[in-house]
Design a protein around this ligand. Sequence first.
Ligand SMILES: NC(=O)c1ccc[n+]([C@@H]2O[C@H](COP(=O)([O-])OP(=O)(O)OC[C@H]3O[C@@H](n4cnc5c(N)ncnc54)[C@H](O)[C@@H]3O)[C@@H](O)[C@H]2O)c1
Ligand SMILES: O=C(O)C[C@H](O)C(=O)O
Length: 337
Amino acid sequence: MLSSISKVSARQFSSTASSAYKVAIAGAAGGIGQPLSLLMKLNHKVTDLALYDLRNAPGVAADVSHVPTNSTVKGYGPEDDGLAQAFSNADVVIIPAGVPRKPGMTRDDLFNTNASIVRDLAKAVAEYAPNAAICVISNPVNSTVPIVAEVLKSKGTYNPKKLFGVTTLDVLRSSRFLSEVVGTDPNHEPVTVVGGHSGITIVPLLSQTNHKDLPKDKYDALVHRIQFGGDEVVQAKNGAGSATLSMAQAGARFASSVLNGLAGEADVVEPTFVDSPLFKAEGVEFFSSPVTLGTEGVKKIHALGSLSSAEEEMVATAKETLIKNIAKGVEFVKANP
Ligand SMILES: NC(=O)c1ccc[n+]([C@@H]2O[C@H](COP(=O)([O-])OP(=O)(O)OC[C@H]3O[C@@H](n4cnc5c(N)ncnc54)[C@H](O)[C@@H]3O)[C@@H](O)[C@H]2O)c1
Ligand SMILES: O=C(O)C[C@H](O)C(=O)O
């Protein structure tokens, strides 16, 4: 494993701001965790990959460690202070730990199980990696991100610039589904998605693409597919979980953008669910919008830009639901510190 001292040296003498990072993944042996671990192993900025899970993380680590990129990989379980070792000195902590949906469930139905998992992992981040950028994948993201914030506030280590809810899968789906409708290459169909990460809180800003004049029936169907794309996978997997492979790709893209930002690369912009000033006056403490990522995490939170009247309505509806989802997370930590 790269020691802290050698990591510091690597940073000091590197030609960029830094090129050596420790990334920790909590839930690394799960459906998302395993392919995400592989994708982070392929990221050349990652020199130290720490894989934590309640089960089988050493096995996943041994497997991934044979991929010939310039990083060490180590797996940790809860025994022998594994969580402390996994998180210690991490620059980025990615959290896909928790249970996935089964058909008929909403993401909110996962709250009772995942809230305490995320709360406990947030406590460990506060203790062992207080400077880490935290990427929360565990659902319901609209509530788990506020849970992490509340825990970190209670520990005096909350840095709103370094807490991110990962909404990138909505962005990937939007590009893919739009390209299917208009018959183009999804690589060239960027779509900004704002709001949150569940159903009607997912608001794709299609009016800001080159396809703002879609016929109403096609537009409505496309928006619905983007908002409820997760359900397609849950139903197809028929009890065996939710999106894992596309989510791993989305998570790796987002975490890689965070690393690029930390490294001082210019113009790294991703939509993400953050502590946001955009609608705070209306009581919405967290909101997803395009964010420029920099050396300190969040560098700039961008406004939504011009919206169609349909989008204005969707944003208004999303805000109402988000206020409730966020409050649920905050109240959980107050009642269960
Ligand atoms: N943000 C998104 O866009 C998005 C997309 C897909 C899935 N998800 C969510 O990600 C989560 C994980 O999904 P999955 O399909 O990988 O589930 P999974 O059950 O396959 O894997 C979850 C892993 O978490 C581990 N785990 C549970 N409690 C833990 C703890 N306290 N510490 C460390 N590890 C722990 C489990 O052992 C398991 O290996 C779910 O909540 C799911 O809803 C979010
Ligand atoms: O749908 C889910 O429960 C998982 C995830 O949030 C998704 O969007 O695929």
